[in-house]
Design a protein around this ligand. Structure first.
Ligand code: AMP
Length: 586
């Protein structure tokens, strides 16, 4: 016990967190100074004429706001093996692949030790708060975590998804051990080459250690849901493995077989018990507490594009609380969830002022810049001046701009957040949507969130038929005149014509944006189209991204399929089984 306390002192961690958040402005200046001093010799910074200055004013005056596109030539040189100081003082040796599900292909971003340290810091911070409210005992975590394909770039740098880089790090393992929650699966399972086999073995390990499991987690909630949907299909096979002590022959990777054989012993009583518990459930409600009696909470990123999965996840979770994990990206962490008691729908993130330098670009509709010809709504075209971390205003929406310890300077992350309050002097924010995910044809503007709300509303029509939307996405079809929205749905069963027609109308009516409604009324936007795709279509989309080097751990279903996402579009279109046009505005 004493040992454990020495390893991780949550109170001390919280104390330190309180101190840095009370002094956020100074800590931000300090972070910027450190970043610019460490990397002052980098070609990128040298070319911008900072001449050794490290204050925010000079920084903002000299360094432009950029997107990934502007930094791509620099990053490419690093990827190709140029080890001169390009973006950072010390050479970058590892590259992260962001999930890239919105653009259609993964993006490369630099990763280094400093980013790893911020990862550990944020994990420990939110854990300290979480553990104060929901203490875990000494046990194990059932973690649905997976590695991406790791490869060497042309220039010899190690490349993999950011989560893979993190999971591989010895510092990560040490941290998880200190937090009393080592993963119940062996490394061979986490880093196995075949995601389907890894998932099966994660489930099997979970069952083997079921009484020790203290928490269930994944990076994003999608993987949690995917895991339990898979459980519904393979549970009998899992029971058979436990009964006989012989691993299913679906596991073919030798290293996984060897590792699992050390854990799997014949245990007919346990198999019978699990079998009985599963057979006794109705529609799998309460599966998690039934099988894992000591689980304290379920943890993973549950906000933003993950929200649509919460309803189904709650079915599995029963009374066990769902908790959203922290907010970050391959480009670096941003904020920690320090209010673990809040349900994920209300989760907020407190920005850590010492893990990077943050600016916020205000998004405001009232700019007076009403150019009707613009293809994007004006509120997304505003390039007003970014404000500092402590200058943001409650209730306002901003795009986040990141300067990190791994060579990104004033980098537009593309995420929109709203400020809901302050924790001491650092803002507490809510994730709103990804800026480039937007359905727009003329004066309409619908965000990822609007789409989600509309789908939720329309899905209510399915409830009577005991049907659920497994997953969904959208596109704007301007090949017709006028253009119209297309929504793709995968369902868990067959819906009647009548119900699906009603769903289609309901989708159309549930986009309440004034621009959309008025355009629909005068038919400058055509009738919304609902296309139902075959079961398994979204699994094919996941497989497609995995083949590109993405990892399940970071997978986010693209909620909008843009023109650059040709392969996803092809998968969707070739799996359409039915399509309906709304008659809502007739
Ligand atoms: P990746 O591109 O795989 O690095 O994923 C990073 C992106 O995932 C972020 O830019 C956000 O859009 C999204 N994301 C990460 N954390 C959260 C969170 N807590 N809530 C909502 N979205 C998140």
């Amino acid at each position: 016990m004493l040992d454990r306390m020495e390893e991780f002192n949550g109170d001390k961690w919280i104390e330190e967190f309180e101190a840095i958040t009370k002094d956020a402005e100074r800590v931000q200046r300090e972070s910027l100074r450190k970043i610019l001093e460490d990397n002052g010799s980098a070609e990128y910074l040298q070319s911008l004429g900072l001449n050794g200055r490290t204050d925010p004013e000079s920084y903002k005056a000299c360094v432009p706001l950029v997107t990934h596109k502007e930094l791509e030539p620099y990053i490419q040189r690093i990827v190709d093996g140029d080890s001169s100081p390009i973006l950072t003082g010390k050479p970058i040796t590892t590259i992260s692949l962001s999930s890239g599900t919105t653009q259609g292909k993964p993006k490369f971003v630099p990763f280094n030790e400093e980013l790893m340290e911020t990862t550990v810091q944020i994990y420990k911070t939110s854990f300290a708060f979480r553990n104060r409210e929901f203490p875990v005992g000494n046990g194990k975590a059932l973690q649905f975590i997976y590695s991406s394909k790791q490869f060497k770039t042309k220039g010899g740098l190690a490349a993999g998804t950011a989560t893979t880089n993190v999971f591989r790090s010895s510092q990560y393992k040490k941290t998880m051990k200190a937090l009393q929650t080592p993963c119940c699966s062996p490394d061979e399972v986490i880093f196995g080459p075949d995601f389907h086999q890894s998932l099966y073995c994660h489930l099997l390990c979970g069952l083997i250690f079921r009484e020790e499991i203290q928490l269930i987690s994944s990076t994003f909630a999608h993987s949690l849901l995917h895991a339990f949907r898979t459980f519904e299909q393979v549970w009998e096979e899992l029971c058979a493995d436990i009964r006989t002590g012989v691993l299913s022959n679906r596991i073919t990777v030798p290293s996984i077989r060897t590792a699992m054989s050390k854990l799997l012993k014949p245990n007919p009583e346990q198999a019978d018990l699990i079998y009985e518990k599963c057979s006794g459930l109705s529609n799998w409600c309460g599966l998690i507490p039934e099988i894992f009696p000591n689980v304290k909470y379920i943890y993973g990123i549950m906000t933003g594009s993950m929200e649509p999965y919460l309803k189904k996840l709650r079915q599995y979770a029963g009374e066990v609380p769902l908790m959203s994990a922290d907010y970050g990206s391959s480009e670096g962490w941003i904020g920690a969830n320090i209010n673990p008691k809040l349900p994920p729908e209300l989760a907020t993130y407190v920005v850590l002022p010492n893990i990077g330098y943050f600016e916020f670009l205000p998004l405001s509709e009232n700019t007076g810049d009403q150019d009707q010809d613009k293809t994007e709504p004006t509120f997304l075209c505003v390039d007003s001046k970014p404000v500092g971390l402590t200058e943001v205003k409650i209730g306002e929406e901003y795009e986040i701009i990141v300067t990190n310890f791994a060579g990104l300077y004033r980098y537009r992350l593309g995420d929109v957040v709203t400020i809901v309050g302050f924790h001491n002097s650092t803002p507490e924010l809510k994730f709103v949507y990804r800026r480039n995910l937007l359905l727009t044809i003329n004066i309409d503007k619908n965000t990822e969130k609007d789409l989600q709300l509309s789908v939720e509303e329309a899905a209510k029509v399915l409830a009577g038929e005991k049907l659920e939307v497994v997953d969904f996405t959208s596109l704007v079809d301007v090949s017709t005149e006028p253009g119209h929205y297309v929504i793709f749905w995968e369902l868990n069963g067959e819906g009647s014509e009548e119900v699906l027609r009603e769903c289609c109308n309901r989708l159309d009516q549930s986009f309440v944006d004034a621009g959309y409604v008025s355009s629909r009324k005068v038919n400058t936007i055509g009738a919304l189209e609902l296309r139902i795709v075959r079961r398994g279509t979204f699994q094919k989309i996941l497989d497609h991204f995995l083949a590109l080097g993405a990892a399940v751990s970071q997978f986010k279903t693209p909620r909008y399929v843009g023109p650059t996402n040709g392969m996803v579009l092809q998968i969707l279109c070739s799996n359409v089984v039915k399509s309906y046009f709304s008659t809502a505005f007739k």
